[in-house]
Structures are given as C-alpha cells and as structure tokens.
Design a protein around this ligand. Structure first.
Ligand SMILES: [Zn+2]
Length: 485
C-alpha cells in the first residue's frame, strides 16, 4: 500500500471570518490563500461551552465532553473549590494517534493541549498546554527543542498584555516562530512519518486582546505569517505522497462589546451571598461613575488588589447562604450551579425531598436571566439549557455537574470572577476585547484531488468529526465509540 501523509494543523481560536479578513488585508499569506483557493474552507462547530480544553480533547478522541468528561480547564468539587481536570491521556479513551500507532503508522505530535506528560509511541510527542513543564518523547528530541528555543506559551499572558501589549504580541510571535522551526526540524529528522499533528496556541492569547480592536489585523499579522510559513512547508511535504492537509480550530472568536458579570448579577439579585469589603464598593462605584473611560486605570488598580477574583478559592463568597453561583472559565457560555446536597455545605434543602422547590428555583432564575436587556434594548442572554453532561464522565468522579448552561448573545461575554455590588454589565477590560465563540474553521486540501472552492465537507461539521475523518483517511475502521459521520 502506498503511504499517504496527513498533516493536521490546529490553530487555537481561528475562524473562517478571521482568515478571510486577513487575506483581504494582506497579500503575503500565501499558504492560507492557497488552502482557500485549491482546497476548501468552512465553519467547524465547537463543543459547548466553546473552551480550549474540552474542544481539543474532542478533536483527539472523537467524542463530546459528555463522554470524555472534560468540560472546562478546571472543575468544581464538592468543597466549592476549583481543581484542574487533569489530562486527556490519563483517561481510558485512546487518542486518535494512539490508534494510528497501533495500526503501524508513525506519528509526530507537537503541542496538543491537555496532553501531558509525553509518553512512548511510534514517533514523536511534545507535550502541550497546560502541562507544568515541557515533556518530550523520545529524549533525543530535547536537543532540537533547545536549539529551536521552543516554548509552550508566554508566562501569564493577561498580566503581560496589561503591562505592555506590543511586547506581549512580539513574544507570542517568537513562540510561534520557534514552534514552526521545531516542526520543520522534526519533519526532516524523522522523515518516515505518516501523520503530523501540531497546535498553535499564540493565536488564542493574542486574539483575546486584539479581536474587537480597530487594528486587529495588524496586531495578529506577524503570528499568522509564521503559521503561514508552516502551511507553505506543509504543501511541499505532502506533494510527493498524494497526502492531505487539514486546518482545524477548537473554537472561533468574536469581538466583545460588553461583559456580563454573572456573579455580580446573582449577588445583586439575592442568589449569591458574599462578604464584601469597602474595596469592592470603591471599585464598583468607580466603574459606575467613570465607566469605560477609566478602565485602563481601573484595570491597573485591580491588578494591585486582585483578590476579589472567584478563581482565587472563591474567597469572598459566603457559600452557607448562596443559592446559585457561576464558576470556571470566562467565555460566551458559562455554567451555573445550585448549591444543593451535592456540595459539602448546601444552602438548599435536600434535592430529593425538595425536588419541586429546586425545579421552581431554576425556572425562576432562568426566566429572570432570559428577560435581561442591555441599555440599548438588546437581549443579553441568548439561550439557557440544562447541560448534556449527565453521562458518567470518564476519569473524574469528583466533578459536580452544573445545573444550567447560560449562553450570552453575540457581542457579549460572561465573567465569573468579579463580584461588583453595583454593576452587572461593563465595558471590556483592557485585556479582553475578543472572546471565544462556537464557530471555528475547517480547511482541507487533498493533493491531486481538486475540491472545488466552497465545497462543503458534509461529514465533518463539528470538532468530534475530526478523529473519525483521520481514521477514514488511513482506511482504518472507525471505533464504535466515535461519532459516525
Ligand atoms: Zn482555544
């Protein structure tokens, strides 16, 4: 059987509209242009909520968060504390490259988020975010890693962007350049590979800052140029093997007009209890009076007194008197929990004996949220549903399922970190002008097989369809647990 090479390039947070707009602005992105012209490019649906950790886990496993069990980067345990979910390779589900290796194919995998540490396989593995340190297999790879100055990420992007955004962007471009250099070196040093998978994550960090600003194309150009360099090299690589090139993202991005402070709203409406000090009221008053005009100063001050963040062990929340709270990562969609008997200090009565009461509580909360309007008369919350994550999550038994998943309208993002007694809807912070959304990008180019421009790849519409499509490419059977599309 002839050996066909498949290269999958992951770009964290990339979307069709972002590629289109960059191609309109810049002539030099020849790789993206070629992929669009000679292949096909369209939308790819993320998981819900559209966060990097669960979405990438779905790309590798071919199943949704309800089955792989990772719904966020952190989960909430019954003591109300946030804990990291752990890594997808700790779970019983095999990853798509494990299946390929089992079938005798050689793989190179660079920076898959949520995979740590690197483990033995037939090929190369460089661990990804949020691993505590870099881990590689085989060991002789360390030499290349050092030579190319490869890094997983820049340190604390949020603080870096608040200090000096230009510098943070430059550093992110350097991280991307080093990653491309390592990838090319790997391609050449381990020449007989069949499957190549790499994820670029600087795009996500940069887009949280850039998308939503007037000159976002300029701010992102250098990072995308580096990725473009790798695209061009990839076209060369697959030309001789009748191979294929796939571009995939875990979620898309959208500009943010305003941020809905979910826990502030829950506090103001009596669902959440908190012990607030004069500092909270001072900040809150400042936001109310000066609004977005002084958000730079406010952000800087907040950085000095950043203890009012829920992520810091929920220190201000009085859980003994809290009925409902939001937690986890900020996104356009967030999870809300009722403080019921699943927690160690439930404020609500036993769920079984008071099921009707809880049902009524959820309805009351949902209808209040759905009726929220912005000052422009826009609907703030687009959708509320009960999460589908009710199946037994594999691997983590301690995670407590949220009761509601709340999705903001387009242009709005939801923050769960700040408890502000006076405001619940504010202008974006200095750092966050762009936010995740559910529509990412899928690009496909198959050597020697012209796909007419705009062709829809019907069998691949969501991140869970990527792994089965990779199996089909290599004429391997799709395992029964993967989605069949
Ligand atoms: Zn992401």
């Amino acid at each position: 059987m002839e050996s066909r090479k498949l290269i999958v390039i992951g770009i964290d947070g990339c979307a069709t509209w972002i590629v289109d707009e960059l191609l309109r602005t810049y002539d030099d992105l020849r790789g993206f242009r070629r992929l669009k012209k000679d292949g096909t490019m369209g939308d790819l649906t993320s998981v819900d909520p559209p966060l990097s950790a669960p979405a990438w886990a779905s790309v590798y496993t071919g199943v949704g968060p309800g089955i792989h069990g990772i719904v966020d980067f952190v989960y909430i345990a019954n003591d109300f504390r946030l804990r990291p979910y752990g890594f997808v390779n700790d779970r019983p589900l095999p990853l798509v490259w494990d299946l390929l290796c089992k079938a005798g194919l050689k793989t190179i995998v660079i920076n898959p988020p949520m995979v740590y540490p690197a483990y033995k396989l037939d090929g190369v593995l460089v661990s990804g975010w949020p691993g505590p340190r870099l881990s590689t297999y085989p060991k002789r790879l360390n030499e290349l890693v050092r030579k190319t100055q490869y890094r997983i990420d820049i340190d604390d992007p949020r603080t870096q962007f608040q200090k000096d955004a230009r510098r943070a962007l430059r550093e992110l471009a350097q991280v991307t350049r080093a990653r491309v250099n390592l990838a090319i070196q790997c391609m050449e040093s381990f020449a007989d590979w069949d499957f190549f998978f790499i994820v670029f994550t600087s795009t996500d960090r940069a887009q949280h800052y850039a998308i939503g600003r007037a000159n976002w194309q300029t701010l992102l150009h250098e990072i995308y140029s580096e990725i473009d360099r790798f695209l061009l090299r990839s076209f060369e690589e697959i030309a001789s093997s009748n191979g294929a090139l796939v571009l995939v993202s875990d979620h898309g991005f959208q500009p943010v007009k305003k941020t809905f402070l979910m826990n502030s709203w829950l506090f103001q409406n009596g669902f959440l209890a908190a012990e607030l000090c004069p500092k909270h009221y001072a900040f809150s008053f400042w936001r109310k009076v000066y609004g977005p005009r002084t958000s730079v100063i406010l952000d800087k001050m907040n950085r000095l007194f950043s203890k009012d963040r829920l992520g810091d062990g929920y220190r201000d929340v009085d859980f003994d008197h809290t009925i409902a709270f939001a937690g986890g990562s900020n996104a356009d969609t967030v999870n809300v929990w009722l403080s019921d008997e699943r927690f160690c200090r439930p404020a609500l009565e036993n769920r079984k004996s008071n099921a009707i009461g809880q049902e009524r509580m959820l309805k009351h909360l949902s209808s209040k949220l759905m009726n929220l309007k912005t000052s422009d008369g826009e609907v703030l919350i687009r959708d509320i549903r009960v999460p589908a994550i009710t199946e037994k999550a594999s691997g983590v038994g301690q995670a407590i399922e949220p009761n509601l998943v709340v999705k903001a309208n387009r242009g709005y993002t939801i923050d769960v970190n700040v408890i502000d007694p006076l405001n619940s809807l504010i202008a974006p912070s200095v750092y966050r002008h762009g936010e995740h959304d559910s529509t990412g990008v899928l690009g496909i180019y198959i050597e020697g097989n012209a796909i007419s421009q705009g062709t829809r790849i019907n069998s691949v519409s969501s991140v869970v369809d990527i792994a089965p499509a990779i199996m089909r490419f290599f004429d391997l059977p799709t395992p029964s647990w993967m989605s069949v599309g």
